[in-house]
Design a protein around this ligand. Sequence first.
Ligand SMILES: *[C@@H]1O[C@H](CO)[C@@H](O)[C@H](O)[C@H]1NC(C)=O
Ligand SMILES: *[C@@H]1O[C@H](CO)[C@@H](O)[C@H](O)[C@H]1NC(C)=O
Ligand SMILES: *[C@@H]1O[C@H](CO)[C@@H](O)[C@H](O)[C@H]1NC(C)=O
Ligand SMILES: *[C@@H]1O[C@H](CO)[C@@H](O)[C@H](O)[C@H]1NC(C)=O
Length: 417
Amino acid sequence: MVRAAGKHTSARLVLICVGLLGIALIADFLWASSSSSRFALIGANWAPPVSLLTPITIPNKGVDSQKNNTTTGRVLSATFADLPAPELKWEKMAAAPVPRLDGAAMQIKNLLYVFAGYGTIDYVHSHVDIYNFSDNTWGGRFDMPKEMAHSHLGMVTDGRYIYIVNGQYGPQCRGPTSHTFTLDTETKKWQNMPPLPVPRYAPATQLWRGRLHVMGGSKENRHTPAVDHWSLAVKDGKALEKEWRTEVPIPKGGPHRASIVYNDRLYVMGGQEGDFMAKPGSPIFKCSRRNEVVYGDVYMLDDEMKWKVLPPMPKPDSHIEFAWALVDNSVIIVGGTTEKHPITKKMVLVGEMFQFNFDTLNWSVIGKLPFRVKTTLVGFWKGWLYFTSGQRDKGPEDPAPKKVIGELWRTKLNLGS
Ligand SMILES: *[C@@H]1O[C@H](CO)[C@@H](O)[C@H](O)[C@H]1NC(C)=O
Ligand SMILES: *[C@@H]1O[C@H](CO)[C@@H](O)[C@H](O)[C@H]1NC(C)=O
Ligand SMILES: *[C@@H]1O[C@H](CO)[C@@H](O)[C@H](O)[C@H]1NC(C)=O
Ligand SMILES: *[C@@H]1O[C@H](CO)[C@@H](O)[C@H](O)[C@H]1NC(C)=O
């Protein structure tokens, strides 16, 4: 099942060209005016040069016949991309104090620390909320440092200290910064660490073999995928080196991936290339939509220090950097975004939960969520899988993003085998 990564360099060149082409093909991205739908995508009738990009598997076989129906005016059944999944019993818990999109979360024992995020496209949070799995309550709010980014963070914990690689500073589609921080969750004290060599936006971030690894993400313009990979020796919330070390570049760049360490191996899963950018000249850095390609690739680094390609996710999945939990010998990933709708070109959210077994390298679809949702923040405690925050769909018939939520849901995992 494991084969070496190789043929990616020429694909990267093609992607750079396509990225430039994308800049010439800007579709205005309009934010709906009502507050509950501030993140809704409308007016996206621009057809991107999909055929030029990396191969995409569109999970539906009936697209052609649906196309015919569109031309005759029928409203599409936009649920085409949902995968068959077992029904699960979901319990709605106390909502987070604020709704959040593109926030971050770290679980330490029975506490889920939930950071930052957009409240609306024009307002970002600058504080931490804590959920206590033992008594199922929210509390313990405290402020983030003023210089810390508000979304698209890279973050990882060693069980006490949280290492934070900065993402986007401010609302709308502002750019990324290079600041890094640590938080001691016992004393609630923040410290600076050496900045990244250059700013990154939503890079995959993990601790592996005593080093903080930062991989991929988007470059300063928010759209161009970066393949750089750096690491820094850290211990007990402190950097042991002054400068980041350059490591083996990741085969495919881009933001919004899950990054996991299991059994001394480093995994990177899903993500995308391309993202919204600030509209040129806009004083508020107004978001405008650019071409983006979502993928389900899985890469792994071990002793050989060569990226290996593992079986891909059941479907392309992005916006999953904090949407996962380790459970036994597997990782469970909750929701996300998948390839855009082939006809309407609208963003399509994911309504399933996936499991990857690290021993068999096998993916399975383990359940349906209460709705489709992206950028969930996930925790696992005493058999319960929890998710909170993110942006949910318009409804069962429409998988496009709409409301930013603070809701918290849980389900008792019964993985049987
Ligand atoms: C068009 O949609 C209708 C209603 O879903 C369906 O019954 C019909 O088979 C579709 N036609 C084509 C050509 O797919
Ligand atoms: C759908 O449209 C294509 C071309 O537009 C045509 O070749 C095909 O026969 C149509 N299919 C149906 C089921 O009407
Ligand atoms: C979490 O809840 C448990 C049970 O009520 C309590 O003992 C513990 O102190 C709480 N932890 C925090 C950090 O509030
Ligand atoms: C992989 O998972 C599928 C279900 O998704 C199952 O049918 C198959 O037996 C599994 N294979 C292995 C090797 O575990």
